[in-house]
Ligand binder design. Structure first.
Ligand code: MN
Length: 291
């Protein structure tokens, strides 16, 4: 099949035609999709009714899986609904029932509605994330993506000079505290120790600069916390203006793949009494290349 990509906004996000995600890709097809990722940063594949094993096999064609079993919180193997390598972003508990509104796993998921880049709180942040829509609620639950390359390019010369060389501290503790969830275990506090990431990073293939922002970023090294947070807040506001955002409305069978090195994303509200079953596979990246 010939792969074609249709832009979804003037410069960001594309819809892919000519790919069956349940089948192995040729080298040329992998290269075409990687080139599409480098150009569009977000790719949408429609009507892909994949099993978990097929999603894993499709993902592995683009790199090494991250070795984590959740989107952040610590949990035991027996508490998970899905098999190894598949991260559960549904609102279901391990028995397949809708989570209680008081479930602390739900609190972790709620904070994914803040703009972030996956695993920016880890020493090696994520490369691509792939989210597969298995059950989609009747309203809401869109995912929004923001183009951090365009956001960097649109800074004025003064701001570009100011962000260059800055280093931020990222931690899940910060993003969870931002929604008032501070009830973390001692193990979690150790596991979520802040890691340092450059505020401006360079894409290893295209060489383009982008802002490496995330709700996990709670401080700028060498700055006071209030000064850091106000500046980061201003940058996030700049970076998520409508011109830089693609809003994905989910259909069952969608796979959306994004490059965490050049984008932020956030989940949007839905009726928590309806089932939302979305499943993520994630590729490990490399330490961020500072500008
Ligand atoms: Mn995420």
């Amino acid at each position: 099949m010939v792969i074609s990509i249709t832009p979804l906004t003037p410069a960001f996000a594309g819809e892919v035609d000519g790919v069956d995600c349940t089948r192995p890709l040729s080298r040329d097809e992998v290269a075409a999709i990687e080139a599409g990722m480098d150009e569009y940063a977000v790719l949408v594949f429609r009507d892909q009714r994949v099993t978990d094993d097929e999603q894993l096999a499709f993902t592995r064609q683009f790199g090494e899986l991250e070795a984590y079993t959740s989107g952040g919180h610590i949990r035991k193997r027996e508490d998970t609904r899905l098999g190894p390598g598949i991260i559960d972003f549904s609102n279901l508990d391990k028995d397949g029932n809708i989570m209680s509104a008081e479930d602390r796993v739900w609190f972790f998921k709620l904070a994914d509605r803040l703009w972030h880049s996956d695993s920016s709180f880890r020493l090696v942040p994520a490369k691509y994330s792939l989210l597969s829509g298995r059950v989609v609620p009747s309203w809401g639950a869109d995912t929004e993506f923001a183009d951090m390359r365009a956001a960097h390019d649109a800074l004025d010369a003064r701001a570009k000079a100011e962000v260059e060389g800055l280093v931020c501290e990222h931690s899940l503790i910060h993003s969870r505290a931002a929604i008032g969830f501070t009830d973390l275990s001692a193990d979690e506090i150790v596991a979520f120790r802040p890691v340092r990431q450059p505020l401006v990073r360079i894409h290893p293939v295209t060489g383009r600069k982008s802002l490496f922002l995330s709700s996990h970023a709670g401080a700028i090294v060498g700055w006071t916390v209030p000064e850091s947070r106000m500046f980061l807040r201003d940058l996030v506001e700049h970076a998520t203006q409508p011109a830089f955002v693609y809003r994905h409305k989910w259909r069952v069978g969608d796979i959306v793949m994004w490059d965490n090195r050049t984008t932020m994303h956030r989940a949007r509200r839905f009726d928590r009494t309806e089932v939302r079953d979305v499943r993520r596979t994630t590729l490990a990246g490399e330490p961020a290349i500072a500008a």
